[in-house]
Design a protein around this ligand. Structure first.
Ligand code: NDP
Ligand code: MG
Length: 386
């Protein structure tokens, strides 16, 4: 078994992280093989990827697209399935060693839980899983053999900085943020921004939802929550700093005052490969970082006045329970509406706040409570938009 390629399930294969993951897998057939590919609804893209990577199974979440998937792939001996249940079963298969959770939003929760229950290792891109249900996932992990390797670049950086360190000597995790496309804009101008403006991220090329989350800085709030659950550090010891060049991917400060940082180009291939390799390094960086290309690396405090979503991390972590699940659900609905230019930029924060005011709190949610909270919060946020 030792010399066999690691068998990977890529959930969200057709997205930004998914396709980059498959490029790494395709370039290292001696190390990795994609045995399961899954997507949401873009069946043509899933078929194209399956023809290239020849998984044992391809799954489409949207059941109405199953016939097309099956017609294209079954003659080639690739099994197909559809729906959320099939997705959860797919990650538990015997021919899967590691699951890359690269779906967007709440849809990552159920397959991640299934993978943890089946003791599969996880390369975790879907941060919303930890945002929605961090304490629940934490409990599941404590009873499972599965290990979680962060894909998010900031968390990969922190993971790398913590290697070989005594965790009790950590004073602070410092998460860097690019500041997004509106970093230098006045509040009045931001208020009039359209989806097309917010989609112009200065440094990173990512899926639409996370790009809007970066513009509102909700992404940074989510990453603070993600860091709390990944590294078990108290929320008061996690801070965000704006670093417009996105070269320092995050830092760890220790009790003796030392700060360790991980630097690199803004390219997700490095953190994805580091997670796939269980913290082992690939020895063929495509684009090495040339420090002399950067005359200065700057850091500034984030502005919660212009980016109020940032403050929601502290609220979610202070309150606990289902609070972050409500925030995530309202954010998903509001971001989808903003992407269609149906609400203004600051409407995203307003909808989250009003949904938080409306939905009942649950102190110690179980899985069914998260499902119910997510449904209710989405329904209420949708009525606010309509
Ligand atoms: P994309 O929007 O590019 O891709 C999302 C993927 O999820 C697609 O494959 C999509 O399928 C699939 N999907 C959507 N809905 C469902 C569903 N209900 N069930 C199963 N699959 C579904 O997103 P990104 O790749 O940008 O982001 C993925 C995750 O990684 C997010 O949680 C994000 O926060 C995180 N992340 C992303 C980074 C990046 O650089 N992109 C950086 C750090 C974290 P389809 O194509 O068919 O719609
Ligand atoms: Mg990130």
């Amino acid at each position: 078994m030792l010399d066999q390629p690691k068998r990977i399930a890529v959930i969200g294969a057709s997205g930004s992280i998914g396709t980059q993951t498959l490029e790494i897998i395709g370039s290292h057939p001696e190390k990795y093989r994609a045995t399961v590919l899954a997507a949401g609804s873009r069946v043509d893209k899933l078929i194209e990827l399956s023809l290239r990577h020849r998984p044992a199974l391809a799954v489409i979440a949207d059941e109405s697209k199953h016939a097309a998937l099956s017609e294209a792939l079954r003659p080639l001996g690739i099994s197909t399935a559809a729906g959320e249940k099939a997705l959860c079963e797919a990650v538990c298969r015997d021919d899967v060693d590691t699951v890359v959770t690269a779906t967007v939003g709440y849809s990552g929760l159920a397959p991640t839980i299934a993978a943890i229950r089946a003791d599969k290792d996880i390369a975790l891109a879907n941060k919303e899983t930890l945002v929605v249900a961090g304490s629940y996932i934490d409990r599941l992990l404590s009873r499972s053999r599965s290990k979680v390797y962060p894909v998010d670049s900031e968390h990969s950086a922190i993971y790398q900085c913590l290697a070989g360190e005594d965790r009790s000597k950590v004073r602070r995790l410092i998460i860097t943020a690019s500041g997004g496309p509106f970093r230098t804009w006045e509040r009045e101008r931001i208020a009039l921004a359209k989806a097309a403006d917010a989609l112009k991220h200065p440094n990173w090329s990512m899926g639409a939802k996370i790009t809007i989350d970066s513009a509102t800085m909700m992404n940074k709030a989510f990453e603070i929550i993600e860091a709390k659950w990944l590294f078990g550090v108290h929320s008061q010891k996690i801070t965000a700093v704006v670093h417009p060049q996105s070269i320092v991917h995050s830092m760890v400060e220790f009790v003796d005052g030392a700060i360790k940082a991980q630097l690199g180009l803004p390219d997700m291939k490095l953190p994805i490969a580091y997670a796939l390799g269980e913290a082992a390094r690939l020895d063929d960086a495509e684009k090495p970082l040339s420090l002399s290309d950067f005359t200065s690396l700057t850091f500034e405090a984030p502005d919660a006045g212009r980016f109020p979503c940032l403050s929601l991390a502290a609220k979610a972590l202070d309150e606990g329970g289902n609070c972050a699940c409500i925030i995530n659900a309202a954010n998903e609905i509001a971001v989808a509406a903003f992407l269609k230019d149906r609400i203004p930029f600051y409407g995203i924060y307003d909808i989250i706040e009003r949904t938080l005011d409306h939905i009942e709190r649950i102190e110690s949610p179980d899985y069914e409570d998260y499902v119910a909270t997510n449904d209710e919060a989405r329904r209420y946020a949708s009525t606010l938009i309509n």
